[in-house]
Design a protein around this ligand. Structure first.
Ligand SMILES: CC(C)(COP(=O)(O)OP(=O)(O)OC[C@H]1O[C@@H](n2cnc3c(N)ncnc32)[C@H](O)[C@@H]1OP(=O)(O)O)[C@@H](O)C(=O)NCCC(=O)NCCS
Length: 243
């Protein structure tokens, strides 16, 4: 087979038979809107992804390496979501939601041992978020990512001035986000960062270092401005929440 064609196929599916099966099933019913489409996909996509219970998959969801995708019961994938689950795979826990146009790409074309994207239960990935899982991304339970958040578990090596950066390889350590955290819209989480439990990351923050449990971090680079355990919000700042 032509080298370029082989390269293309190797980046779409685990094998040629898998490519054909995944393309046929997605072409036949991937476009179908509404409840009928969701119902048909909940049945037919079991042939190509690992699904527990029923997952609601809207029309126009694009899945590559579908055999590496695991969806828990009650998962919701909104229109335009793109899951590319190279070796290492994508796991989305029960009742988690991935909203419109979010891109989850494991991006493992170099046999990286720790690559994966794992999302716990009842978590939400907001509209147009981008997750790149070369070094591994682990998101806990009950985590909310606002819109346009980027979680980038990779860096390019750049120290050799005689070669283009694109030829110097990458490093990929991985990122984790603890249970109950909230990542504000537009935040960027860089490789190697561990975000603790119940952490707040302000909108637009660039997170370059670990953030401990129960802390609020804002800005670029993100700095902790409060630890809610040792320095709780004063009574006059508490607002009445709506559920
Ligand atoms: C971080 C946030 C939760 C506020 O937390 P807070 O503890 O109440 O912070 P405060 O409003 O008391 O601000 C404390 C300081 O941080 C600054 N700050 C607050 N949010 C900031 C942000 N996103 N980026 C930079 N600085 C910020 C404030 O200006 C203030 O600075 P100052 O002390 O110099 O005046 C809020 O600003 C935020 O970013 N929310 C995210 C909203 C969002 O993304 N919503 C949609 C997704 S669901």
């Amino acid at each position: 087979m032509n080298d370029r064609l082989q390269l293309y196929l190797s980046r779409q599916a685990s094998s040629l038979p898998r490519y054909i099966a995944e393309q046929v099933i997605q072409s036949l019913i991937g476009w179908m809107p509404g409840l009928v489409g969701i119902g048909l996909r909940a049945i037919a996509y079991r042939a190509i992804v690992r699904m527990e219970g029923i997952a609601a998959i809207e029309d126009g969801v694009r899945i590559r390496f579908a055999d590496n995708v695991r969806l828990g019961s009650g998962v919701y994938l909104d229109h335009g979501v793109y899951l590319h689950a190279c070796p290492g795979g994508i796991t989305i826990g029960a009742e988690s939601m991935v909203m419109k146009n979010a891109i989850l790409h494991v991006y493992n074309f170099r046999n990286l041992p720790h690559s994966h994207i794992t999302i716990g239960q009842r978590s939400l990935i907001g509209e147009s978020c981008i997750l790149r899982g070369q070094g591994g991304i682990t998101i806990g339970n009950d985590v909310y990512l606002g819109t346009l958040v980027q979680v980038l578990a990779v860096n390019h090596v750049f120290h050799d001035t005689t070669r283009p950066i694109s030829a110097q390889g990458i490093t990929a350590q991985g990122i984790s986000i603890g249970d109950g955290s909230w990542i504000g819209s537009g935040a960027i989480i860089l490789d190697g960062v561990k975000i603790g439990k119940n952490v707040v990351i302000g909108a637009g923050a660039v997170v370059t270092r670990d953030v401990p449990d129960y802390c609020i971090a804002v800005g670029n680079p993100a700095r902790v401005i409060r630890n809610l355990r040792t320095d709780p919000l004063p009574a006059e700042r508490l607002m009445t929440p709506v559920f």
